[in-house]
Design a protein around this ligand. Structure first.
Ligand SMILES: Cc1cc2nc3c(=O)[nH]c(=O)nc-3n(C[C@H](O)[C@H](O)[C@H](O)COP(=O)(O)OP(=O)(O)OC[C@H]3O[C@@H](n4cnc5c(N)ncnc54)[C@H](O)[C@@H]3O)c2cc1C
Length: 213
C-alpha cells in the first residue's frame, strides 16, 4: 500500500541520511502549487470549473506525458554535500545554481564527507588511509596559501570529498526527473541520499505531483 511504503521509506532514509552527514533543506516553493498546476492543465481542456474535484487529475496528466504543465511550479533547496556530489548535481541543466566559491573563499577548515561505505565495507587501515589523504591535502593547501598562492590556485590540491554548499532551484518537472534518475541504485550513493531526501520533502509538499515516485 502506498501510505505504508511512504512511512517505511522515511524511516529508512533517516538512517542513510545520518551516515553521510549531508544536508538538504527546502528554502522556498511556489505557493499553492497544486492548484496553480491544475489550473494550468485545466486551461488546456477548458475545464477550469472542475478545479479541485479530483485528487488524481494531475497524476493522470503526468502519466499521459502532459508534463509541461508542472513546469509552472518550482522549489529552491539548500544542499550541503561533497564536491563529488555537486559535480554530478550541476549536470542537471534545467536549473539555477549558486555554489560556495573555492576561488574567493579560503577552505581553511578541514571539512569533508567520509563515505560510510569506507567503514562498512573496508577495514580500519583503509579508513585511516582516507583520513590521512585528507589531512595531507589540507596541509598542502595551507602551505600554498602561506606561500602567497591565491585560493583559486591552491584549491587544485583539495579533494572531491571537500564539503560544499549549493542553492538549487528546479521546476517540478526537473525535480521529478532528478528523483527518478538519482534514487536509482545505479546513481552515486551520496546522490541517492540527497535525491531520497528531496523525494521525501516533495511528497509532503506536493503529493498530487510526487506521490507516484
Ligand atoms: C547512473 C548515471 C551514470 C552517469 N555516468 C556519467 C558518465 O560516466 N559521464 C558523464 O559525462 N555523465 C554521466 N552521467 C550524467 C548524465 O549523462 C546526464 O548528464 C545527467 O544525468 C543529467 O541528466 P539529463 O541530461 O537527463 O537531464 P537534465 O540536464 O536534468 O535535463 C532534463 C531533460 O531535459 C532534456 N534536455 C536537457 N538538455 C537537453 C539538450 N541539450 N538536448 C536535448 N534534450 C535536453 C532531456 O530530456 C533531459 O533528460 C550519469 C548519470 C547517471 C544517472
Amino acid at each position: 500500500m502506498p501510505v505504508n511504503r511512504f512511512a517505511v521509506d522515511i524511516e529508512l532514509r533517516k538512517d542513510i541520511w545520518m551516515d553521510y552527514g549531508v544536508e538538504v533543506k527546502l528554502l522556498a516553493i511556489t505557493p499553492d502549487n497544486e492548484n496553480l498546476l491544475e489550473m494550468a492543465g485545466r486551461i488546456c481542456y477548458a475545464s477550469v470549473g472542475k478545479l479541485g474535484i479530483s485528487e488524481k487529475w494531475l497524476q493522470s496528466r503526468i502519466k499521459q506525458g502532459h508534463e509541461s504543465l508542472i513546469e509552472h511550479a518550482s522549489a529552491t533547496f539548500y544542499i550541503k554535500a561533497s564536491r563529488a556530489l555537486t559535480h554530478e548535481l550541476v549536470r542537471h541543466r534545467i536549473a539555477s545554481y549558486s555554489q560556495r566559491s573555492q576561488r574567493y573563499v579560503k577552505e581553511t577548515k578541514e571539512d569533508y564527507i567520509t563515505p560510510p561505505e569506507l567503514s562498512e565495507e573496508t577495514g580500519p587501515e583503509v579508513v585511516r588511509a582516507f583520513h590521512q589523504a585528507m589531512s595531507a591535502a589540507w596541509e598542502a593547501y595551507r602551505q600554498l596559501l602561506d606561500a602567497g598562492v591565491k585560493p583559486e590556485i591552491a584549491r587544485y590540491v583539495l579533494p572531491n570529498a571537500c564539503t560544499t554548499e549549493i542553492i538549487c532551484t528546479w521546476n517540478f518537472r526537473e525535480i521529478r526527473h532528478i528523483i527518478k534518475l538519482r534514487t536509482s541504485p545505479a546513481a552515486l550513493p551520496e546522490f541517492q541520499v540527497i535525491a531520497e531526501k528531496i523525494r521525501e520533502i516533495m511528497r509532503i509538499q506536493s503529493p498530487k505531483i510526487f506521490i507516484d515516485l
